[in-house]
Design a protein around this ligand. Structure first.
Ligand code: PLP
Length: 621
């Protein structure tokens, strides 16, 4: 049975399996293997992050297309507009690609800090929307005023009454002598009763960190009226939490937000003209039909947003507002794929060739050996039970000192081989007993990446990311696997259980390279990634396509070298450099020419990135 790793569940037609490899379903459909090998031939080792701008474009155009279809279908008069929340991925290779592919969409950026605001000011075309969320001090609000004075179409979303008071103060300072002062547009984030759903649900709901309660909203309204700012109040905003797996919370939130909008508008907030629904549009990360994360599609999401707001506008007799979204995960996740080489398979020791059978073995071991050789489809279940029983007895014999270490090793290998072969022979039965046994013989794949750096949401929240080999897909993968990263931390293990297993190939990585690809890593993972053990952002490259449909690699940035990693941690690079030189120079253990040779080696290693090259003498990595 060939495995497709659920590519039709999470893949969205972006990747296809062609013969033995995973290929990009675009233009000339190159394989991920071919791209990876091209990069490695140039000398780049360790994990590589591939970015695909055509997939960013696909997500943006799908978002606009679906909302505009829903607008047409419901004859909705308000416009649809979108901004990208920078917190989701601020890396320049991503943001530059994003702005490049979104040129025809009046697409903008959302900022949540001063540094993000600077990115938004410098990367959003003047006139396209910028929204500024999160907590703000006077300097940040002043930066918003500066951006507006540059001509940017910027909306400050106030998260609390204090921010509004600061806006009033900054307005005075900026416009003391002006007749027509330039002031940013104002939005208010509302604190809804309705919360989201799933692991990121707490961004919404009454106890959430952000937004104004009804009482505060009324106070804000009065304050704006008093300070002649009502003409700037044009947007209300909410966000009920990322990765909203079910549609029901959105419907509730829309009813609540729509009525708040209508009430403020009818109360006298005459300039109000937009509802910003934040993010939350989810992504299917599951590789198994029985573990799908989403119960809706984008079309339903867009229909609900447009329909609910239209109904409220009709009932409350107000103009249909513009609809804004700040979808981040939906736009960014699919654009990047992390490719990581497998460095070692740990239970390869349980191989027939490792057996050290003696001329005369303890009777139970001889029996195990006979079981192993006579195993077939008919006797598999019975022999399996016998083998497990013998294992217990032999381990007891070892504890009591009756058999030696070689006997114990032979026992472990033979039982492992019998379980593995029995599971293979009986796989069509899929019983609970077999599933449990699979756990016992899971193969541990050591993968050249850091889960902390590249999949922090797996580490922190247990979020699953689709993973599969990029080659050998014409061969059945029969090893139930667990993945180990190269950090010295037992949390850096991605385990798979018997209900949602990952099967990988039985490979000898000394002979052939074997790569795993982690998909949907483009949202949040890069920037939340930690430098645990000082493994930093992997080597990255943009994969673009030329007019003939051939792929081209652009803007390759290698993962930081060891010295730069340490400098980033505020170590003094000069001191480190001097100290290692000095330690070699003063060593009395080696000759002068050996010293020179060591220095040469040392500098070569320090100029390379911190991921592993190999853990075995003749390994390809
Ligand atoms: C205010 C705001 N808007 C948008 C987003 C993006 O959400 P998502 O990535 O789920 O689309 C977030 C994420 O937390 C947010 O806080």
């Amino acid at each position: 049975m060939k495995r497709d790793y659920g590519i039709d569940i999470w893949g969205d037609n972006n990747f296809i399996i062609k013969d033995s490899t995973v290929n990009i379903n675009y233009k000339k459909q190159p394989s991920l293997l071919e791209i990876t090998q091209t990069i490695r031939e140039q000398g780049y080792k360790g994990p590589v992050l591939l970015r695909f701008p055509h997939l960013i474009k696909k997500q943006i155009s799908t978002l606009y297309k679906e909302f505009n279809r829903a607008r047409e279908e419901f004859d909705y008069k308000g416009k649809f507009q979108a901004v990208f929340p920078l917190k989701v991925n601020q890396f320049p290779n991503f943001i530059n690609s994003l702005m490049d592919v979104s040129k025809s969409y009046n697409y903008g950026l959302e900022a949540g800090s001063k540094a993000e605001l600077l990115i938004a000011m410098t990367h959003t075309p003047v006139g396209n929307p910028i929204t500024v969320n999160g907590f703000k001090d006077k300097e940040m609000i002043s930066l918003c005023f500066i951006a507006s004075n540059m001509g940017h179409n910027l909306t400050i979303t106030i998260e609390g009454l204090g921010e509004l008071e600061t806006i009033i103060q900054v307005k005075k300072e900026f416009n003391q002598e002006k007749e027509n002062p330039i002031i940013p547009r104002i939005g208010v984030r509302i604190r809804l009763h309705s919360g989201g759903i799933g692991i990121w649900a707490k961004s919404g709901g009454y106890s959430s960190k952000f937004g104004l309660t009804s009482t505060e909203l009324l106070e804000a309204y009065d304050l704006m009226k008093k300070n002649r700012l009502l003409n700037q109040l044009w947007m209300i905003h909410f966000h009920i939490g990322s990765q909203m797996s079910e549609i029901a919370p959105l419907k509730k939130a829309l009813r609540e937000a729509g009525n708040i909008y209508a009430d403020l508008k009818n109360r006298g907030a005459f300039a109000l003209n937009a509802i910003n629904i934040g993010g939350g549009l989810a992504v299917e990360y599951s590789q198994h039909k029985n573990a799908k994360e989403l119960n809706y599609a984008l079309s339903e999401f867009a229909n609900d947003v447009v329909f609910f707001i239209k109904e409220i506008a009709k009932n409350k007799n107000i103009k249909e507002p513009d609809i804004f979204t700040e979808s981040g995960r939906f736009i960014a996740s699919s654009h990047s794929v992390l490719i990581a080489p497998v460095l070692e398979l740990f239970s390869q020791d349980y191989h027939e060739k490792s057996l050290r059978l003696k001329k005369s073995n303890p009777p139970l071991i001889s029996e195990l050996n006979d079981l192993w050789h006579a195993l077939n489809r008919e006797n598999a279940r019975e022999y399996l039970h016998d083998a497990i029983d013998h294992l217990e007895s032999l381990l007891t014999l070892f504890d009591l000192g009756y058999i030696d270490l070689e006997d114990r090793s032979n026992t472990e290998i033979l039982v492992h081989l019998i379980i593995k072969k029995s599971i293979f022979l009986l796989q069509s039965e899929g019983t609970e007993e077999l599933k449990k046994l699979q756990q016992k013989i899971q193969e541990r794949y050591l993968v050249n990446f850091s889960a902390f750096q590249s999949l922090p949401d797996f580490w922190g929240l247990g979020q699953h990311f689709p993973v599969m080999p990029i080659d050998k897909l014409d061969i059945e993968a029969s090893n139930p696997a667990t993945l180990w990263d190269i950090t010295c931390d037992s949390d850096g293990e991605i385990a798979f259980n018997e209900n949602l297993p990952l099967y990988l190939h039985d490979v000898d990585v000394n002979k052939n390279e074997y790569f795993l690809a982690f998909f949907l890593t483009g949202a949040y993972q890069e920037v939340l990634g930690m430098k645990h053990n000082l493994f930093t952002h992997p080597t990255e490259v943009i994969v673009d396509f030329d007019e003939n449909g051939n792929y081209i690699l652009k803007k390759l940035i290698e993962s930081q070298n060891i010295m730069d990693v340490l400098e980033d941690m505020d170590y003094d690079k000069n001191y480190l450099d001097k100290k290692i030189k000095q330690l070699i120079e003063v060593s009395t253990l080696i000759t002068l020419s050996e010293k020179q040779e060591l220095l040469g080696k040392l500098y070569l290693y320090l100029s390379e990135n911190s991921y592993l090259k190999t853990i075995q003498a003749n390994n390809k990595e």
